[in-house]
Design a protein around this ligand. Structure first.
Ligand SMILES: [Zn+2]
Ligand SMILES: [Zn+2]
Length: 777
């Protein structure tokens, strides 16, 4: 990501700084259609030149051009693809040239989505071109791909049986095919008919030539779930808490103009999805459409099935958007939504931009999930963008979670969001019993860093006896996490990044988890030549091996990014685990989210401290969320669950509050800490990362930028010094951080951008701006 000077952009109104994300008047105006046919258009081209350009519209094209249209325009001595931001009666730009062509059939961006794009550009401090690239899938922007066409066959007119008999003498095969065609009630795919009759294309062509049959090309959708069967389901009975939540959503649907976002805080297993499904049904009945965002990792076949099954009366009506679609599938799903055939969209982060019209409801499930934040420009947070979209489209938004983010919970507490709480699990199951295991004591007992404490070990043995299942969770892959020479102290670090290489036993290599660098495992220390290498630290691979060694009769499987390189492997492992064919499942966060296994009665968290000691103000919050989510995997059937949390810091608040399932208590003390330290949600933050392959240049640029920012930003903003990032070196680049905090985020964004615009940087220095950052390493 390079610098993004945007000198010609219209900025957000400076007086309109606030946290409630109102668009400014300026942003609203350009969305208004001119009453007469457009004579000029203002566009941004797809290439980031950070300028809006005016073009003339030839009279012959005027009728088909509107805000959101895609165009081909001349740019310098080439042509470029562009998006219409506004239509104008006049333009005072000099040397105006006419547009070349209209790309695609209809405008691809609604006025509301354009308005959202402009807000994102101002809020996230990035160019509108960059935002539009995120808003429109490439296959839509380029408009080079069309629908998949297939040939359908039908009879030309009524076919008399004498005709078939007459043909039978001269051409028996044609007669046979004609007979099949005569019986068709509607056109069928030619290939399908030929397959059924075991006849060939030549025979069909002959009939067409005789004028007895007709071939027609029709578009068919490449449906990513087209070959799956969905069992129709109906609404489940709801408990009083769910009923109350539904009432709240329903009354918001009745008066969406001034409805607040609703935070649905429900413990794991409290039936939030059923609420979503019934709320969507109500929205549809009111003639409005719905988007459901789920974290990519939760977008499993089961999730899709639940939605497709519930709305099975229109199998086409549910579109699915995620990153694993082929370009063809993405094209078809997108246009299915755009044309109004799909009325429900379920998808990961970018589905927040789904081109649904007449939006009535947006659901953001697991709203606390950090994967909603995009880590490349535009660095947007899909939940926050969804809240803004709901405001623009005047629709209802529901944010659901068992462990709401501090930001959303804070908004609910101060009345900006409505709060609905679900305290009961639908199956009347009890919350699992959380047991804390002090690894310091364990270390003294076992005289070494333990992977499994004695208590956890005997709990596993007990489950194996009862034929119940166990999940062991560790958020670190690989076998050994560091390799050190005991003679000279030399550590094997990645040459490109400031982290240790991880030893992967299965492939017998050292890997860097950040840049993918891989190296052979040295027999002797490369520095001093001594045979004194020590492996230490452990990851999931070692846990799997240890467990398999301790319980030789148990079936142990591992689920992490290393063992699940094929998509099928993931499904297969889940299927056999659900089917009871696996006793112990070891895994990373891949197994922490939203999976439902009734026979799991034990969850072991191997090391709860891993996320707790990161240099990140959200470390405690993430640990609390993770413990609660992982624990939610236990005891969802008839047997109550038990969770063992192994830790070296048993008294840290996130562990203690999670242990007692005390959300309110945790949030209270964490909010107090954040307020005292001026961290979100009390202040917004902007993190600038300056990086370069040359350490001195990165450092000098970061320091110069900090000086300029100090001159520009008023005392209402907190600005730290430029410091080496916690991850000093990444992929061969040296990295420096500048962190700013303040309340008026729109103003801060604008000042940062203006400062950057005026500052020339050396060519090999890259500056990235992250508004509301989630990644502080
Ligand atoms: Zn050595
Ligand atoms: Zn690396």
């Amino acid at each position: 990501m390079g610098l993004q000077p945007m000198s010609h952009r219209q900025d957000a109104d400076a007086t309109n700084d606030d946290q409630s994300m109102h668009p400014s008047r300026d942003q609203l105006n350009s969305g208004v259609l001119s009453p007469s046919e457009p004579r000029f258009v203002r566009v941004v081209i797809d290439r980031a030149i950070h300028r809006e350009l005016d073009y003339a519209v030839p009279e012959t094209l005027a009728e088909r051009v509107s805000v959101g249209s895609r165009l081909r325009v001349p740019f310098r001595d080439k042509s470029a693809l562009a998006t219409v931001l506004a239509v104008l009666d006049q333009s005072d730009a000099k040397g105006i040239r006419p547009i070349e062509a209209i790309v695609g059939e209809a405008p691809v961006l609604s006025e509301q989505l354009l308005e959202l794009a402009k807000w994102m550009s101002a809020y996230y401090c990035c160019s509108i071109e960059t935002v539009i690239r995120s808003l429109l899938p490439q296959v839509v922007r380029r408009a080079e791909m069309g629908w998949k066409k297939q040939l359908f066959v039908q009879p030309t007119g009524k076919i008399e049986s004498e005709e078939i008999e007459k043909l039978r003498r001269r051409a028996p095969r044609q007669a046979e095919l004609l007979q099949a065609i005569a019986q068709l009630e509607k056109p069928v795919r030619a290939a399908e008919l030929l397959r059924q009759t075991s006849l060939d294309n030549q025979t069909l062509r002959a009939l067409v030539k005789r004028g007895l049959a007709e071939l027609r090309e029709e578009a068919v959708a490449r449906d990513p779930h087209g070959d799956e069967q969905f069992l129709a389901t109906t609404s489940l009975a709801v408990n009083p808490e769910q009923e109350f939540a539904l009432q709240e959503i329903m009354s918001a649907l009745g008066a969406p103009d001034n409805a607040r976002p609703i935070l649905l805080h429900g413990v794991t297993g409290s039936g939030k999805t059923e609420i979503y499904l019934q709320a969507i049904r109500s929205a549809l009945e009111l003639g409005r459409n719905a988007i459901v965002l789920v974290p990519e990792i939760s977008l499993t076949p089961q999730t899709v099935e639940r939605f497709k099954g519930r709305f099975s009366e229109t199998p086409d009506g549910v579109a699915v958007l995620h990153s694993h679609l082929s370009e063809g599938e993405r094209h078809d799903e997108w246009h299915k939504i755009q044309s109004g055939r799909a009325r429900i969209v379920i998808g990961a982060r970018s589905a927040v931009f789904a081109p649904l019209k007449n939006l009535g409801l947006i659901v953001v499930d697991e709203e606390h999930e950090t994967t909603y934040k995009q880590e490349e420009a535009p660095r947007y947070h899909a939940r926050d963008v969804a809240v803004m979209r709901a405001k623009i489209e005047k629709c209802v938004i529901v944010l659901g979670s068992a462990t709401p983010s501090l930001e959303s919970y804070h908004n609910a507490k101060r009345g900006k969001y409505g709060l609905v709480t679900l305290t009961q699990r639908v199956d009347q199951c009890q919350m699992p019993l959380m047991r804390i295991v002090d690894l310091r004591q364990e270390r003294r007992k076992q005289k070494a860093a333990a992977i499994l404490s004695e208590k956890l070990r005997s709990a596993i043995a007990d489950r194996l006896e009862k034929r119940e299942q166990t999940i062991l969770f560790l958020n670190r892959r690989g076998f050994s996490t560091s390799l050190l020479c005991s003679n000279c102290g030399e550590a094997r670090d990645c040459p490109n990044c400031s982290v240790a290489l991880t030893f992967h036993r299965h492939v017998a290599r050292l890997n860097c988890h950040l840049c993918g660098h891989t190296a052979a495992v040295p027999k002797k220390c490369p520095a001093c030549g001594q045979d004194a290498l020590i492996y230490s630290g452990f990851g999931t691979e070692k846990v799997e091996l240890t467990v398999a060694h301790l319980f030789p009769t148990a079936v142990v499987r591992r689920m992490d990014a290393d063992s699940m390189t094929r998509k099928e492997a993931y499904r297969e492992t889940l299927r056999s685990f659900r089917g009871g064919k696996i006793d112990i499942l070891v895994g990373t966060q891949m197994i922490a989210k939203g999976l439902h296994f009734p026979n799991v009665t034990l969850v072991g968290i191997i090391n709860a401290d891993l996320s707790l000691h990161l240099p990140d103000f959200r470390a405690g919050e993430r640990t609390f969320q993770l413990l609660t989510q992982v624990a939610g995997r236990a005891g969802r059937g008839d047997t109550p669950g038990e969770v063992f949390v192994q830790t070296y810091t048993p008294f840290s608040p996130s562990i203690q509050f999670a242990r007692h399932h005390d959300f309110a208590g945790y949030f209270e003390q964490e909010l107090e800490f954040r307020e005292r330290c001026d961290f979100p949600p009390f202040k917004h933050a902007i993190l600038i990362t300056v990086r370069s392959p040359h350490e001195t240049r990165a450092k000098f640029s970061a320091e110069t930028l900090t000086r300029r920012l100090k001159e520009t930003l008023g005392s209402e903003f907190i600005l730290g010094d430029a410091t080496p990032a916690p991850l000093e070196k990444l992929q061969g680049q040296f990295r420096f951080h500048i962190l700013m905090r303040g309340q008026a985020i729109m103003r801060l964004s604008r000042l940062v951008r203006e400062t950057l615009d005026k500052l020339p940087f050396p060519e090999d220095v890259t500056v990235a701006i992250d508004v509301d950052p989630y990644q502080l390493l």
